[in-house]
Design a protein around this ligand. Structure first.
Ligand code: TEU
Length: 580
């Protein structure tokens, strides 16, 4: 159990929601493969994370979200789990995990596990048993015969026309029984059948086991997929595509909220000390508001995707990249703020292990603007209302990887896209450019601890190349430099802990259509914070007539301390506090 933590005394105003502790918290995501390697095998591990906890203490974070460390064949870097109640030897042992939990709790940090229960690995004993049609576990997964009139294994014989995220058709034939199983992700990630109450009870029992072991909550992988239209209808086939989309049949299904409420009840997720965040790529604002309404006892908050899908051609794959103008981004986040203003709660993130590095994607990672743009992006995000998530290395302003060849990529998704797109005749330059911007390995290069060999991540050969810019961008340098991105994040996190308006103040977006400025007001007329940020690599001028009166304002945080006035430098931002 985490040490008792005081319930923050929040100024509620009209807000009658309970003062949950996570409203003033900042979460830090650790991707274990890439954080710190203690044994020189080139892969990060649990003792490595424990040895680096003081970095997180210095930053001031409240919660550590640990991406999966369970036993896994590692087809999808641990998001394919073969034993939910053990640690993969690559990362250490259960005792190492207990030590990490204890190390976190001793420092007042809570630890949240990744919960991947839409699917298991095909090597999980449940699935291995399920391959036998006579097994009592047959119904734990989605087994179906070939499409009527088709021989199993022939083209078009799959039970539905669905495409999987990582492996072509979403159905894999098991030659022994002649039936297919469903996998929305890779063929090594068979989908669990949540319609079966035994499946649900087994998941809840596993979750209780972790809570009893001391974990403080769960980040729930693609939890919006667990309820489906049980008739499994074919999906629409986009022009020129080979497959149909499962989306309408599997996302936000009819029993989703029933399952979430049942899980909450059975595991005791609303006990008060736990944090739950559901990854819900397909969630609407309305659904997110219902799911995160404390009165409904489903989830505390959800990860939504609208803002990270803005640079994708509507309906297209993530690689079909289009520009996302600043006003669209601002208005998108503001709609979520407004939608969850009175009921529910937002989570706030720029990046994670699936998304490009924030400073490359939303900022400017050139030597000239990297530091200021990383700081300003942090300021803008953390000054929205919600719980911010910092992805490892974001606090250093780490950038996308400079991989020149496909041989350097390791991610199942990137490797598959490369092969498929080239086969389809897409020019190699287009493919490599899309990977350089959107490939998931951009976020997975090793954490840059120092300027030494392999950035201090490992004494061995890193599993994924270290970014050569670690000689300049690294934690040791950042901690020593008062004007670093790290120290800016530290100040931002401290501000949330000290100033109740950051967590709780009413949110308002000003100048929604301004192409450069991001202006946010938090609070009310008597006491408010005003964020003025130039989110561009050109100077920008704010018109005082467009802003609240800043005459008696105090600057709480600035990217360019000492620089004053409303002629803002590229990527300059300030947080003002105004009382009247
Ligand atoms: O990601 C789910 C998800 O939405 C993916 O489709 C994601 O967009 C993917 O990265 C495609 O670009 C979660 C995990 O975060 C991811 O790492 C896993 O690979 C996936 O689920 C399957 O467990």
């Amino acid at each position: 159990m985490a040490p008792p933590m005081t319930t923050p005394d929040l100024p509620h105003g009209t807000d009658t929601r309970p003062a949950h502790w996570w409203r003033t918290a900042v979460v830090y995501q650790v991707y274990p493969r890439s954080f710190a390697d203690s044994d020189g095998d080139g892969v990060g591990d649990l003792p490595g994370i424990t040895s680096r906890l003081d970095h997180l203490v210095r930053l001031g974070i409240d919660v550590l979200w640990l991406s999966p460390v369970y036993r896994s064949p590692m087809d999808d870097n641990g998001y394919d789990i073969s034993d939910y109640q053990d640690v993969d030897p690559l990362f250490g042992t259960l005792a190492d995990l207990d030590a990490l939990i204890a190390g976190c709790h001793a420092r007042g940090i809570r630890l949240v596990m990744d919960l991947v229960v839409n699917h298991t690995s095909d090597e999980h004993p449940w699935f291995v048993e399920s391959r036998d049609p006579a097994s009592p576990r047959r119904d734990w997964y989605w087994w179906r015969p070939a499409r009527p009139g088709h021989e199993p294994g022939t083209e078009g014989a799959e039970p539905t026309n669905w495409e999987s995220v990582f492996s072509g058709p979403a159905w894999e034939l098991d030659p022994t029984s002649g039936e297919y199983y469903l996998h929305l992700f890779s063929r090594k990630q068979p989908d669990l059948n949540w319609e079966n109450p035994q499946v649900r009870q087994a998941v809840y029992a596993m979750m209780r086991w972790w809570v009893d072991r001391g974990v403080d909550g769960f980040r729930m992988d693609v939890i919006d997929l667990i309820s489906r239209d049980p008739t499994l209808p074919d999906g629409p086939v986009p022009p020129g595509a080979l497959f149909g989309s499962p989306h309408a049949a599997v996302a936000n299904g009819p029993r989703l909220e029933e399952f979430l409420a049942e899980m909450n009840r059975e595991v005791g997720l609303s006990a008060g000390h736990l944090l739950t965040v559901g990854e819900m790529p397909a969630s609407s604002i309305d659904l997110a508001r219902r799911v995160t309404d404390p009165a409904r006892r489903e989830l505390d908050m959800v990860f939504t995707f609208e803002h990270v899908d803005l640079d994708v051609r509507p309906g297209g794959p993530k690689w079909d990249i289009v520009p996302a103008p600043l006003p669209v981004l601002k208005r998108t986040l503001a709609r979520w703020q407004d939608g969850l203003a009175d009921v529910g709660w937002n989570s706030l993130y720029w990046n994670n292990h699936d998304q490009p590095r924030a400073v490359t994607r939303f900022g400017d990672d050139s030597p000239e603007h990297r530091v200021a743009s990383a700081k300003t992006l942090g300021t803008v995000l953390h000054l929205h209302r919600g719980t911010p998530y910092v992805y490892q290395g974001e606090e250093l302003g780490m950038t996308n990887a400079p991989f020149a060849s496909i041989a350097e990529y390791r991610d199942i998704e990137s490797i598959r896209y490369h092969a498929q797109a080239l086969a389809a005749g897409v020019p190699v330059e287009t493919v490599m450019a899309a990977l350089a911007l959107k490939g998931r390995d951009n976020a997975r290069t090793p954490m840059q601890w120092d300027a030494g060999p392999h950035a201090g991540f490992t004494t061995g050969e890193p599993w994924l190349p270290v970014n050569p810019n670690h000689t300049e961008i690294n934690a040791a340098a950042a901690q020593a430099d008062p004007s670093s991105v790290f120290n800016h994040y530290r100040a931002l996190i401290a501000l949330r802990h000290e100033n109740a308006l950051v967590a709780d103040g009413r949110f308002e977006l000003l100048l929604p259509d301004h192409p450069q400025l991001w202006v946010i007001v938090r609070g009310d007329a008597s006491h408010r914070l005003v964020v003025v940020a130039n989110c561009s690599s050109e100077p920008a001028t704010a018109d005082p007539a467009d802003l609240p009166d800043l005459a008696d304002a105090t600057v709480l945080l600035a990217t360019h301390p000492g620089h004053e006035g409303l002629d803002l430098l590229p990527w300059e931002s300030r947080v003002y506090e105004v009382r009247s």
